[in-house]
Design a protein around this ligand. Sequence first.
Ligand SMILES: *Cc1c(COP(=O)(O)O)cnc(C)c1O
Length: 352
Amino acid sequence: MPDLPTARPRIAALPAYSRAAGAGSVRWRASSNESTVPPSPAVVQAVARVGAQAHLYPTLAGDDLVEAIATRLGTSPDQVVVGGGSLAVLQLALTAYTGPGTEVVHAWRSYEAYPILIGIADAQPVPVPLDGEFRHDVEAMLAAVTERTSAVLVCDPNNPTGTTLPPQRLGELVAGVPSNVLVLLDQAYCEFDEQDPLDVAALVAEHPNVVVFRTFSKAYGLAGLRAGYAVGSAEVVAPVRNSAPPFGLSAAAEAAALAAWADAAHTAEIVATVTASREAFRGGLAERGLHTPDARGNFVWLPVGERATELERLCVRHGVSVRAFAGEGVRVTVGDPDAEAAVLAAVEDLLG
Ligand SMILES: *Cc1c(COP(=O)(O)O)cnc(C)c1O
């Protein structure tokens, strides 16, 4: 064998994203927090229209979508960066601001992508355990900030536990982070939290070190098209934009996101479907003796501890894929009462 090029050791050692058991064969997918409601008909039409123009490049940096987002959020366009999913934009931010010799503080258990993205940036993840109510532990996270910290990553609502920080606690966290350290606030599920009053424009005006990440994958039903965005102060987001490849947002994704953004009634329907399902499902779990933390996303956390993989197997047997975290719990995407009935049947099998 000739010598082959070697990847950076950190990259070669990265864990792969996990796949849920049975996700390809089950009747219901409740394992990836996809919308159970298809996208707006306006999205389907918009994608068909741009399909006929597929030989042309899209706008350089999703300019039309940037404009639409900035107008609604009350920021200037130079405060908004769009990309092929909010994770892609988060990776750009980590690339621009973290790296070798720096640390990124984040809660754990939280989104499994975080340690991977931090590893790609060659920074050091500093996981901080959630508190007893499956929430970010504000004091412990602040205590983990050192002079090596380049960023604090906050997931609110937290994937996979569904919890949020009350606005005052989030305020304490943001205020406690030094102004030269980034706060990356991942709000992939904020549309499902009716109690979330966060004014992004005001937050980033008061705290220019905060960047908020949101996505079209969940409440807009566009997971397959890949579109997300970040909002921050113009100074802080400019290097994030500079880190992006040109034409990073496809014409199809941009057209779809614009159509979904404009169809507020459809987003409201997705949110209403999810929240009704979520509360009925949590009620059904409680009736069976399984109490779940307050859930603000399009999913519910079942804290079954050592029995997580056992419950996952039972769910697959009942025709529904879920996301198990061995030794901790199971995350179930909501929005389809039939799928939730199947999970409830699996929970009955588990608890006997
Ligand atoms: C689903 C999800 C995202 C969105 O990722 P996209 O790349 O926009 O599809 C981001 N953060 C969290 C915590 C998520 O669960």
